[in-house]
Design a protein around this ligand. Structure first.
Ligand SMILES: [Zn+2]
Length: 278
């Protein structure tokens, strides 16, 4: 079996007409369908990690929110404890100050003592205010933490479900791909070797589309208008013809045509036209 350019069509070595499709191309058409399905499934599988990553984004956000709120809460508790220690130490000082009062001898010393106690009490009030403020802030942050915790829990549940779905999809795709791989090997075995090599080469350079359907005189691989003689030849389905623009092997899904009766090689070559983009 030989792949030949449409311009050098030689009826003497062409296979007899086999309706509705050229038998040389039938297994290849099936193979391309399979290969395209395999490529599609592989693409779906390739995208799973990034889908998982995207699904995990709200969970990461919720985790960060919870961690930040918790850290703020801890910092505030630490601050409150610091103030409480200050207060304790300060009350201790006031106590000692008051104990010293009995030892005071002069009125002047007593007045100075009263002033000292007044200042100390004022400072005590300030520390107590700081403690109250910290406690209020702790209450607020506690509410934020509770909310963040609920969001986190919800995000975890949603992500667990999404992950399970994607894991299941990955398993299904892997299993389907394994089946298709076997079918692909079987089908490849049914294609004539030279044709298969040609197909595989074209497949690599033409983004998995080695074959192109001919429709309304247009190669659906490159969307260019094909020369009328070539269209007729492809419709006759006697041999493998390639698109002069994208080099894909052309096939026709209708009944084989008969409109090129009597055309010579020279006629066909002369009838080639420049492809028009549609
Ligand atoms: Zn083309």
């Amino acid at each position: 079996m030989k792949i030949r350019c449409e311009a050098s069509f030689r009826p003497d070595i062409a296979l007899p007409i086999r309706s509705p499709l050229n038998l040389q191309l039938s297994p290849l058409i099936a193979l391309q369908k399979l290969d395209l399905r395999i490529a599609e499934l592989k693409e779906q599988r390739r995208k799973i990690p990034e889908r998982l990553e995207a699904n995990e984004s709200p969970l990461r956000e919720a985790t960060r929110g919870f961690q930040e709120a918790s850290a703020s809460g801890e910092a505030l508790i630490k601050e409150r404890r610091g103030h409480e220690k200050d207060l304790e130490a300060h009350e201790d000082r006031i106590g000692k100050m008051k104990d010293r009062a009995a030892q005071l001898k002069t009125n002047q010393e007593y007045q100075a003592h009263l002033f000292e106690v007044e200042i100390a009490n004022k400072k005590k009030g300030e520390i107590e205010e700081k403690i109250l403020l910290a406690m209020e802030q702790i209450d607020q942050i506690q509410r934020i933490i509770t909310g963040a915790q609920a969001t986190l829990k919800e995000s975890e549940a949603v992500f667990t479900k999404q992950k399970a779905t994607l894991d299941e999809l990955d398993r299904t795709l892997a299993s389907e791909l394994a089946d298709l791989d076997i079918k692909q090997k079987q089908l490849s075995g049914q294609v004539e070797k030279t044709l298969l090599a040609r197909y595989n080469k074209l497949k690599t350079t033409r983004k998995d589309q080695a074959l192109a359907l001919l429709k309304d005189g247009i190669c659906l691989g490159c969307r260019l208008q094909l020369p009328p003689q070539l269209v007729s030849q492809v419709k006759r389905a006697q041999d493998v013809h390639t698109c002069p623009y994208c080099y894909r092997m052309l096939y026709w899904e209708g009944e084989p045509g008969t409109e090129v009766k009597g055309a010579t090689d020279r006629d066909q070559a002369q009838n080639f036209e420049v492809g028009e983009s549609v």
